[in-house]
Design a protein around this ligand. Structure first.
Ligand SMILES: NC(=O)c1ccc[n+]([C@@H]2O[C@H](COP(=O)([O-])OP(=O)(O)OC[C@H]3O[C@@H](n4cnc5c(N)ncnc54)[C@H](OP(=O)(O)O)[C@@H]3O)[C@@H](O)[C@H]2O)c1
Length: 225
């Protein structure tokens, strides 16, 4: 078991499905977790600096950040407005950029963005989302270059489809397709993503930076032709 006792970790969007699982796994590893729960705790499009400073202030230190907060609206590309595009990019890409800058000023040692397999495998209705996640993966690689000499590692975790309460009832055909496509035969859990984040924030990953860790039950390994 990885031991992160005494480490302080900020998880953004910890009020959501995956963020709650990430926070739980860090706590299981002994970390002190500062939960940014969502919009009520600060809109990261406009308050990244304040959110990170507040998190630092809770325990007087900050060791790691997980940029998990994000939005996933569906909009066919022919009808998509510039405002809809911009809103997704602001939340999923520009906010993690700003959180990363602020966290680096507090000399964290690890920053992990939650990207998506859609950053490499686009989905219909998600042109803005897929582009934001592709750019987020590239942001982490660029940040790894510039922050590495300061001892700050920056990586991404790219989840596949993650289970949430009611998903089987709301989207039965999607769940069935996923289960058939996944070599491991199931949807992911928020804790699967949390485990990857804990690993990347730990000493076990001390020589890993600029990496995109795909956590998808093997779906993107399957040939589609
Ligand atoms: N679910 C999946 O299958 C899946 C797959 C791949 C990647 N992901 C990624 O995983 C991350 C979490 O997804 P999820 O499914 O757990 O979503 P979720 O349940 O909707 O949670 C998203 C969280 O982000 C917060 N948030 C959104 N916009 C924000 C903003 N402008 N400022 C501050 N907080 C904001 C939300 O706060 P409010 O509740 O206040 O809005 C919420 O706490 C996202 O980055 C998503 O793209 C999800």
């Amino acid at each position: 078991m990885i031991d992160l006792s005494g480490r302080v970790v900020l998880v953004t969007g910890a009020g959501g499905t995956i963020g709650a699982g990430i926070a739980a796994r860090f706590e299981a590893a002994g970390a002190l977790v500062v939960r940014h729960r969502g919009l009520a705790d600060g809109d990261l499009r406009t308050s990244a600096d304040r959110v990170v400073s507040n998190a630092f202030g809770v325990h007087g230190r900050l060791d790691a950040v997980v940029n998990n907060a994000g939005v996933q609206p569906v909009e066919p590309l022919p009808d998509m407005t510039t405002g809809q595009w911009q809103s997704v990019v602001d939340t999923n890409l520009t906010a993690p950029f700003a959180v990363t800058q602020a966290a680096a000023r507090h000399q964290v040692s690890s920053i992990t963005h939650i990207a998506s397999i859609e950053g490499t495998h686009p989905a219909v209705g998600h042109a803005h989302y897929s582009a934001s996640k592709a750019a987020l993966i590239m942001h982490a690689r660029a940040a790894a270059l510039e922050y590495g000499p300061r001892g700050i590692r920056v990586n991404t975790v790219s989840p596949g489809l993650i289970a949430r309460p009611g998903i089987s009832e709301q989207w039965p055909e999607g769940v069935a397709r996923w289960e058939a496509a996944a070599p491991l035969g199931r949807l992911g859990t928020p804790e699967d993503i949390g485990n990857a984040c804990v690993f990347l924030a730990s000493e076990l990953a001390s020589w890993i930076t600029g990496h995109d860790l795909v956590v998808d039950g093997g779906v993107t390994s399957r040939p589609t032709w």
